[in-house]
Design a protein. Structure first.
Length: 232
């Protein structure tokens, strides 16, 4: 059972989501500044994000569970791991922290604190990518918690590092991060008009993962058989 009160868990979720978004946005700005090679810029963005996830989940996981993601919190609420009364606080912390992370990244690179993104991210391929990316993320988390809890920070960091490259959407897989990225008109941005479809796809992927992994990870029930008696 978590021994930290809701106020400290709220701060941990806001801080973690903020640092995650600052990493995504800031590394994207840095990469775009240093190179005109899109593949190299994406690689820099990827490595920074994956590394930061390992750090944040390791140090903040013991406090709040290190969700940093409304889709993950939704799954934990639905499977009973997160009390229903705490879910709104987690959601608010993640959204507020994400927006603060965008603002922090902009301040570090002398940009306006908030901007409206103009980067087009739409279409069936992008939406399906978000379903797949979020499905994979939630599946990795649930299976990791079941079989190798200590490895979860690395599992998540490595999964997102890979998913940046195998999905057409570069694996947002996080509604709070998507909202925050709609407020930066830089390498990692997404147009606000594209958000609803992205978020719907992410939530769908998370729910599919919850349903499948709930069945896949369910322990087998061992039937107790009485020993057969010898015939007289």
């Amino acid at each position: 059972m978590n021994t930290f009160d809701l106020s400290r868990r709220f701060v941990a979720e806001a801080l973690g989501t903020g640092l995650l978004v600052a990493t995504v946005v800031g590394s994207g700005i840095m990469a775009e500044t240093l190179t005109h090679d899109t593949a190299l810029a994406l690689l820099g963005n990827t490595l920074a994000t994956g590394a930061m996830l390992v750090v944040l989940i390791t140090v903040l996981g013991p406090i709040s569970g290190a969700h940093f993601n409304p889709a993950v919190s939704l799954v934990f609420w639905l499977n009973g791991s997160l009390p229903a009364r705490d879910f709104p606080a987690y959601l608010l912390a993640q959204l507020a922290g994400g927006i603060a992370g965008t603002m922090a990244a902009h301040l570090m690179f002398a940009l306006p604190m908030l901007e409206v993104a103009t980067k087009l991210r739409a279409g069936p391929a992008q939406w399906f990518s978000e379903v797949a990316a979020t499905f994979g993320l939630v599946a990795v988390i649930l299976a990791g918690l079941r079989f190798e809890r200590r490895a979860v920070p690395w599992l998540v960091g490595l999964y997102i590092t890979a998913a940046y490259w195998f999905t057409a959407s570069t694996s947002f897989a996080n509604p709070a991060v998507a909202v925050a990225r709609s407020l930066t008109n830089t390498f990692s941005g997404i147009r606000p008009v594209d958000l609803p479809a992205f978020i719907a796809a992410q939530l769908l992927g998370a729910l599919i993962a919850l349903a499948l992994m709930g069945w896949l990870l369910k322990p087998e029930t061992v039937e107790q058989h009485q020993p057969m008696k010898a015939e007289p």
